[in-house]
Design a protein around this ligand. Structure first.
Ligand code: TXA
Ligand code: MG
Length: 317
């Protein structure tokens, strides 16, 4: 059931069940952090390996100490700059945060989402909620309630309607080393350059690995059902695959548009925020067209182009 009612969503959560919540990044599958039943259901619905931890969502920075301890100054500075917003901080968890949420790790990912409906919901709850993106494991993340409903149907008791997600890609994940230097664990809706303006040099730890050193660094992810390749030679790729029914993803307006079955231009004017907002929407749309191949243009290697290239790289693995 999709609802506009925060009250109904609260009742479902209070009942140890799962609700899909809108956030500014992507839709989440949320449950009470302290409810074993809800957390188990999240993993089951997503078919997610149990060693992949969940992000905890809180209503405000003031709530942080109930979830984590020994918070470095630099983390508080980042929270001040970016919360509510698409920044997840990996911090030392309080003992009260159950192991099934953090997959047994001593750290927990935490963020204050910037969506008015979900913030209102959180203010009405007396517990934080754990929420991964509301897609089955490895599939394209959902940026509308319709995407979530298509994935889960009647298996999901409640979807809280919140419109299309404003950012369209997941939060940026930042952890800290022993010297309290920021480490990038996942590219996201906040660029490295924005983080560095506040926190100084960021160490990048997101290199693709077959055997992830930390959960969440799985190389294959965010994948459409249709075969997808990424290239910086659109002309050659289209030529080589001229027998295929091709869908194209380009960053800006492109002259290759006419040469394929369908083209998704992420941002006509080449605006990174607009391109990010359209990214998963475009992948969902292309996956519905009965294509035999999706060709994605490599994005400019700056700003949120780094985030989009990261997602494309994992989708094409
Ligand atoms: O934008 C977002 O962050 C969305 C919305 C719903 O808030 N959530 C989201 O959650 O993207 P999820 O579960 O799809 O991705 C979270 C990633 C996972 O890859 C997980 O492995 C990693 O964060 N993660 C969570 N806690 C971690 C920890 N303590 N250490 C290392 N990685 C962690
Ligand atoms: Mg996810």
């Amino acid at each position: 059931m999709t609802t506009n009612s925060i009250e109904i969503a609260k009742q479902v959560l209070d009942n140890n069940d799962v609700v899909s919540i809108p956030t500014e990044t992507v839709y989440g599958l949320a449950g009470n952090v302290f409810s074993e039943n809800a957390i188990t259901k999240i993993f089951t619905l997503k078919k997610r390996p149990l060693n992949n931890p969940l992000i905890v969502h809180i209503q405000s920075k003031e709530y942080l100490n109930r979830v984590v301890k020994n918070v470095p100054q630099i983390a508080l500075k980042l929270a001040d700059s970016f919360w509510p917003g698409p920044l997840t901080l990996l911090l030392q968890k309080q003992d009260a945060i159950p192991d099934n949420v953090t997959a047994g790790l001593s750290t927990v990912g935490v963020r204050v989402p910037n969506h008015p409906i979900t913030l209102e919901l959180l203010k009405n709850l007396d517990y934080p909620i754990a929420a991964p993106s509301a897609n089955p494991f490895n599939r394209i993340s959902p940026t509308s309630s319709k995407h979530v409903a298509t994935y889960f149907g009647d298996e999901l008791t409640c979807i809280l309607e919140g419109g299309e997600c404003e950012k369209g890609v997941e939060s940026t994940i930042i952890g800290f080393n022993n010297a309290n230097q920021p480490i990038l664990f996942r590219h996201g809706a906040i660029s490295i350059a924005q983080i560095e303006k506040v926190a100084g040099k960021v160490i990048v730890e997101t290199i693709l690995k077959e055997q992830p050193v930390a959960p969440g660094m799985h190389s294959k992810h965010y994948a459409p059902k249709t075969k997808i390749i990424m290239t910086n030679d659109l002309e050659g790729s289209i030529q080589r695959n001229n027998k295929q029914k091709i869908g194209l993803i380009t960053f800006k307006e492109s002259k290759f548009k006419e040469r394929v079955f369908h083209c998704e231009v992420l941002s006509k004017s080449g605006d990174f925020n607009e391109a990010s907002r359209n990214f998963y929407l475009a992948l969902h749309r292309l996956d519905e067209l009965g294509l035999t191949l999706i060709i994605a243009e490599e994005m400019p290697k700056v700003d949120l182009g780094l985030t989009l290239n990261d997602r494309l790289m994992r989708a094409t693995k």
